[in-house]
Design a protein around this ligand. Structure first.
Ligand SMILES: [Zn+2]
Length: 248
């Protein structure tokens, strides 16, 4: 039967690794989410510009058709002008032709403006697309980073959770409850005595106590200052090694 204090030291070492694993992912999942939002926004911007451009091109082709129709009408009227029977008819056709010319000039103006707008929009679209491509790349890098980390992470996590289960199976229930209670105050509930001091709060531990600890390994000693469970340096180091090697 493993000494209780050894089990506590193992539990503390395993929990330290589990805490580290938890910290490792850090902000990465949130960073990925934020980048996803950015890509979504930029995609919508690109789509809106594409839509505007499409509308503009549609207007342009409509204007082109109108211009062609006006041209046909004008040609027809010009022919008719030579076949008029009187001045009144001639004047009426001339007036109509003038009106068509004005209409065509207006269309030409509109097309010129549309062309400038189109060029501007096309340039805007190009830069928006480049922007989007860059954001997508950043997202895919981060996603990959997260996937790699999560993969390794899960394997490690399983390993330490299994170790933890083996340890608590042998640990006295009261001690386990006490350990968990201390852990609500201190992330490291069990700490090594280093240089005759508690390595959690650095207060000195009387040497008498350290001696006592070496001979009563089924008792739990706590730091009188911070309340953490104390473990001798030798034990802490050997347990650290066992956890590192997965030898629990
Ligand atoms: Zn302490």
């Amino acid at each position: 039967m493993t000494e209780q204090i050894t089990l506590l030291a193992k539990l503390a070492a395993i929990d330290t690794r589990l805490d580290e694993l938890h910290d490792e992912l850090g902000d990465l999942p949130q960073e990925v989410k934020a980048l996803e939002m950015i890509v979504k926004d930029k995609t919508q911007t690109v789509l809106a510009t594409e839509e505007k451009l499409k509308e503009l091109r549609h207007l342009q082709s409509n204007a082109d058709v109108s211009k062609a129709q006006i041209g046909d009408k004008e040609a027809r009227l010009t022919e008719q002008q030579f076949q008029v029977k009187n001045n009144r008819e001639f004047d009426a056709i001339t007036k109509e032709i003038e009106h068509l010319k004005e209409e065509r000039a207006t269309l030409d103006d509109r097309l010129r403006t549309a062309h400038v707008t189109e060029e501007n929009l096309a340039a805007t679209l190009e830069s928006q697309q480049a922007d989007l491509a860059e954001a997508k790349e950043r997202l895919s890098d981060k996603e990959q980073e997260l996937a790699e980390l999560t993969g390794e992470h899960n394997t490690e996590l399983r390993k330490f959770i299994e170790m933890r289960l083996r340890v608590i199976a042998d640990l006295d229930d009261t001690m386990e409850a006490e350990y968990e209670r201390i852990r609500t105050f201190h992330r490291e509930a069990a700490v090594a005595i280093r240089r005759d001091s508690c390595s959690g709060c650095f207060s000195a531990i009387p040497s008498q106590r350290i001696m006592e600890m070496k001979y009563s390994k089924d008792r739990m000693f706590t730091c009188e200052n911070c309340g953490r469970i104390l473990v001798t340096e030798d034990l802490a180091d050997s347990v650290e090694e066992m956890v590192e090697e997965g030898n629990i």
